[in-house]
Write a protein that binds this ligand. Structure first.
Ligand code: GLN
Length: 191
């Protein structure tokens, strides 16, 4: 079984760890750049992307993480997707720039700010529950990005080679399919 790191500088990492453990993976909470060398894949969880950036820069972590995400399986949820995106809007902010999308922060009006929806997905097994918390919206995508689910016509679950991204929080639902997909991605990369 692969070892999956969960970036634990800030934000919601416990539910990710529980979900991965239930699927048989070993998890490690990543708080130092040198830990990246010990893992097969990384989850960048939700939280507040600006706070993540502050922690990453303070810990001299940013460049090492950027290098890791260029080749190693990485799964971002919500703020994690914002960190991975090539372009961040409203307001613009620094990012790792590995995932070929533009993303708008806090893109849903106050009323729709946080909610639970169900939507079709191309993952086998029928519609998927999506928990949105002050979610961003993917507004543009490059040709290498595959859409696996949408919300009101905007992609919410996407894959680009070794990268997976969900603007919602699959770790807060009981459906393990998105995490399973990430584990499959990690395993296929190790063969
Ligand atoms: N609104 C947060 C941000 O802009 C993301 C919210 C989340 O991760 N649930 O960084």
């Amino acid at each position: 079984q692969p070892t999956i790191g969960i970036l634990a500088l800030q934000g919601a990492f416990d539910a990710h760890a529980r979900m991965l453990q239930s699927l048989g993976a070993t998890t490690v909470l990543v708080r130092k750049p040198e830990q990246l060398a010990t893992i097969d894949g990384l989850i960048i969880p939700g939280g507040e992307s600006t706070t993540f950036l502050k922690h990453l820069e303070r810990a001299g972590f940013f460049d090492v993480l950027a290098e890791f995400t260029r080749t190693k399986p990485t799964f971002g949820t919500c703020a994690g997707v914002i960190l991975m995106a090539k372009t961040v809007l409203s307001p613009t902010q620094k990012s790792l720039g590995v995932l070929d999308i533009a993303i708008e922060r806090n893109a849903y009006g106050r009323q729709n700010d946080s909610r639970i929806l169900e939507a079709e997905t191309s993952l086998p097994g029928g519609p998927i529950e999506m928990v949105y918390i002050r979610a961003p919206r993917i507004t543009e995508m490059g040709p290498g990005v595959e859409v696996l689910a949408e919300r009101e016509g905007s992609p919410t679950l996407v894959r680009q080679g070794h990268l997976l991204a969900a603007t919602f929080h699959p770790e807060l639902s009981t459906d393990p399919r998105v995490h399973q997909l990430f584990l499959d991605l990690v395993k296929s990369g190790r063969n």
